[in-house]
Design a protein around this ligand. Structure first.
Ligand code: DLL
Length: 440
């Protein structure tokens, strides 16, 4: 595994602005913020009325701190503005539409100008170069092509750095493995849940990634996952796994990305302003404190968003990264405030349960959390074939071990069902981990 950081080698950083001094970065941010506010005030009636309600005009925002005087934008605001209500340019200047559906209601329509496509590709290119992917690499893109940004945005960025991109999309998993073998794939882009599935399939087929494949690294994102899951995938494939964060509303993947130190994701602050807020009160929190990520786009043309509530829970990592990049990092996403559920009065994120499961030997890759009442949780976990077919006493011990370890993590003791590999539905896109059958 190569560990040469192109930044340290001095290759690309000057162009990519990654080590800019913070004072210059903040001056640049303020300049782009003002441009963005002028644009939405003049072109988006929704934002004009927001300014008016707050008794402000764009000229009143004179510092980055003044941004707090403006209200938040929420996904409900985007849904209410569907389809064209948030557009800040004429339709003729839009070259692409992506949508983000979420779980309920109308989708959110997110538009891209030609420059937005260029910028999103540049950011992905920055992320790929940062982690060692470039000309000569063969990248298998196993995200869904279509309305989802995951595949297309990565695709454009990977072409930009000169990688050979295989637009495989998800599914047909045996063919995915054959592609890796036949074309000497060196990197892949995938959701964590699908990566876990492919890894179990490779084990089943007796493929030894070290001998049979040329893989070096993978980019995982689009859904929350734990450090334990990363380690498991790195171990099985013998690769480096980098965490990639983004959301359709802010271009898609490449908003924040891990460097080779794999210790939090650099959020590209020349394109996005970040704040962490208390999700209940809206109060802005200090660096280091955990809360909801709020983003303001600084360079989006077609559809800029001001103080957009992502619903993602994370924190800004206050210390400097060893790599020397000055863009601050956010921690792994700890969960979405939407995904949090309450059992016996305790707030629980699915990732807390995943973290326990992935750390237990013999527990395979797929799991589900079923909620039948406000008191009870059932965890359904696939286990290895050997264990499933083996001694009943070992199974009972494993069941107890899982239940006890989960209780130690979340206070609530779950019912545990152990399943044979393949019993749960395979997720090729974003996994649905929580099945909520509660009626109230
Ligand atoms: O998932 C964009 C993306 C594609 C990011 C591919 C990374 C890789 P949406 O469908 O709009 O866009 O979903 C955005 O997915 O608010 C998070 O809740 C979640 N998410 C995305 N990346 C991560 C990650 C894409 N690395 C929503 N870790 C976001 C945890 C993530 N959650």
């Amino acid at each position: 595994m190569s560990r040469t950081d192109p930044l340290i080698e001095g290759a690309f950083w000057q162009r990519q602005n990654e080590v800019i001094e913070r004072t210059f970065l903040e001056a640049e941010q303020l300049h782009h913020l003002k441009e963005t506010l002028d644009s939405v005030y003049s072109n988006v009636p929704f934002y004009k009325s927001r300014f008016e309600k707050a008794g402000l005009i764009p000229g009143d925002i004179r510092s980055l701190g003044d941004l707090r005087r403006l209200p938040f934008t929420t996904s409900d605001d985007l849904r209410a503005a569907y389809p064209f209500g948030m557009l800040a340019v004429s339709k003729e200047d839009v070259v692409r539409l992506h949508t983000s559906s979420g779980t309920t209601g109308k989708p959110k329509a997110i538009f891209f100008s030609r420059q937005d496509i260029e910028n999103s590709s540049d950011l992905i290119a920055r992320c790929l170069v940062m982690t060692g992917t470039g000309r000569g690499d063969i990248l298998q893109n196993m995200m869904t092509y279509g309305m989802f940004t995951g595949a297309l945005v990565m695709h454009y960025g990977a072409e930009k750095v000169g990688a050979l991109v295989i637009p495989a999309g998800p599914g047909n998993s045996d063919r995915q493995i054959s592609f890796m073998q036949d074309f000497g794939v060196t990197a892949f882009h995938i959701t964590p849940s699908y990566a876990l599935y492919i890894s179990s399939l490779m084990q089943e087929r007796g493929i030894d990634p070290g001998k049979d494949l040329s893989l070096k690294r993978a980019y995982l994102g689009a859904e929350p996952y734990t450090e334990e899951t990363r380690r498991k995938i790195e171990y099985i494939f013998g690769i480096d796994v980098y965490n990639c964060y983004g959301l359709t509303e802010m271009n898609g993947p490449g908003v924040a990305f891990e460097c080779m130190h794999k210790n939090g994701m650099h959020l590209w602050e020349d394109h996005f302003l970040m704040e962490i807020i208390n999700p209940d009160t809206g109060e802005v929190l200090e660096d280091g404190e955990k809360g909801e990520l709020v983003l303001t786009s600084l360079r989006r043309e077609a559809m800029p968003l001001i103080r957009y509530r992502t619903r993602d829970i994370t924190r800004i990592m206050p210390d400097n990264c060893e790599c020397g990049r000055t863009h601050r990092r956010i921690s792994r996403i700890l969960g979405r405030s939407d995904d949090m559920f309450i059992a016996r009065g305790v707030n629980i994120f699915p990732q807390q349960i995943e973290q326990v499961l992935m750390g237990i030997k013999g527990v395979a890759q797929n799991y589900q959390i079923v909620l039948e009442s406000f008191d009870d949780i059932t965890v359904r976990a696939e286990i290895s074939k050997d264990l499933f077919d083996g001694n009943i006493e070992h199974l009972l011990d494993l069941q107890t071990e899982i239940a006890d370890k989960i209780r130690a993590e979340i206070i609530v003791k779950p019912k545990v069902e152990l399943l044979e590999p393949g019993a749960l539905p395979v997720s090729e896109g974003k996994a649905k981990r929580v099945i909520d059958n509660r009626t109230m």
